[in-house]
Design a protein around this ligand. Structure first.
Ligand code: AMP
Ligand code: MN
Ligand code: MN
Ligand code: MN
Length: 276
């Protein structure tokens, strides 16, 4: 079983269409795949059809932007009913907030001596409803304000950097509630990226469990090998099922392409057993 349950397409901030990501997943040996675009279900139909044509199992997916303790966390929903009205409305509301925030990021960058960033970012946007910092980063790298997309985040766009605009995403209770209403499984995405204290992490995991959250990403393209071990331990301690996914966005940006990840550490319950 080669499960990759976290990938992005042109429906959010990926550079490849759902069909192209599906082909890459197939080439990477993926047997169970999920496309998990940010706050958007637009790519799901194409992804499922492509997976079917390529003889991969498919699980519908979405990655929801959440604000918890004044920081952004991402909650992946797997196996959601893509026609669930509560989920669709919640995601539409989040996407709506992205446009105003994008304009603000453009204004912030202009004040910092980087003009035309809003228009520049829009040239990279493939879903006009889904404007991400990634699109700004691609513009900044291309226009020479940064040496790469990663560098654009490190210098300008990352949390707390000069071009960062604070934004309120969904509440954790809302995101988990929409996923559960849609019959899906809520999964904490890339926990190793969050700048919480140990006390905050404990409160976050506890609240997630109380709300009905079930799983956590252990092996992800956003974790170091040391973090695979650290979050395997978290999964055992809190009784989380474990997930695995590349978080692939673009060939020229990501070292890890779909399917090319180590297996889950021993002794964990894979979140995907229910779909086999
Ligand atoms: P947004 O949802 O618009 O705030 O953008 C978040 C996206 O930016 C993430 O999903 C990643 O694709 C990308 N991203 C966030 N932080 C970084 C970082 N430090 N380096 C590279 N990409 C990042
Ligand atoms: Mn992204
Ligand atoms: Mn994420
Ligand atoms: Mn992601």
């Amino acid at each position: 079983m080669n499960a990759d349950l976290h990938c992005h397409s042109t429906a959010s901030d990926g550079e490849l269409s759902p069909l192209e990501v599906a082909r890459l997943a197939k080439a990477g040996g993926v047997t169970l795949w999920s496309l998990t675009d940010h706050d958007e279900l637009e790519g799901q139909r194409e992804a499922r059809a492509a997976a079917q044509a390529l003889d991969m199992r498919y699980v519908s997916g979405v990655e929801i932007s959440v604000t918890w303790a004044a920081r952004t966390v991402h909650i992946v929903g797997l196996g959601v009913d893509t026609h669930c009205p509560a989920l669709a409305q919640g995601l539409a509301d989040i996407r709506h907030g992205r446009t105003g925030r994008g304009i603000q990021i453009g204004e912030r960058l202009a004040a910092l001596g980087i003009p035309g960033a809003w228009e520049g970012a829009l040239r990279y946007v493939s879903n006009s409803d889904l404007i991400s910092r990634t699109h700004f980063a691609r513009f900044m790298a291309e226009a020479g304000y940064a040496s790469s997309v990663d560098d654009a985040f490190a210098r300008w766009l990352g949390d707390g950097k000069p071009g960062y605009v604070t934004h309120r995403w969904a509440a954790l209770a809302d995101a988990v509630g929409w996923i559960l209403a849609a019959g899906g499984v809520p999964v904490i995405a890339h926990p190793g990226r969050y700048q919480y204290t140990p006390t905050q992490f404990d409160a976050f995991f506890g609240e997630f469990i109380d709300l009905g959250g079930q799983a956590i990403e252990v092996v992800t393209g956003s974790h170091t090998p040391a973090q695979y071990i650290e979050y395997a331990d978290v999964a055992r301690r809190y009784g989380f099922e474990a997930s695995r996914g590349s978080d692939f966005h673009a060939l020229r940006e990501d070292a890890i392409t779909p399917g090319h990840l180590p297996p889950l550490p021993a002794g964990l319950k894979p979140v995907w057993e229910r779909w086999l």
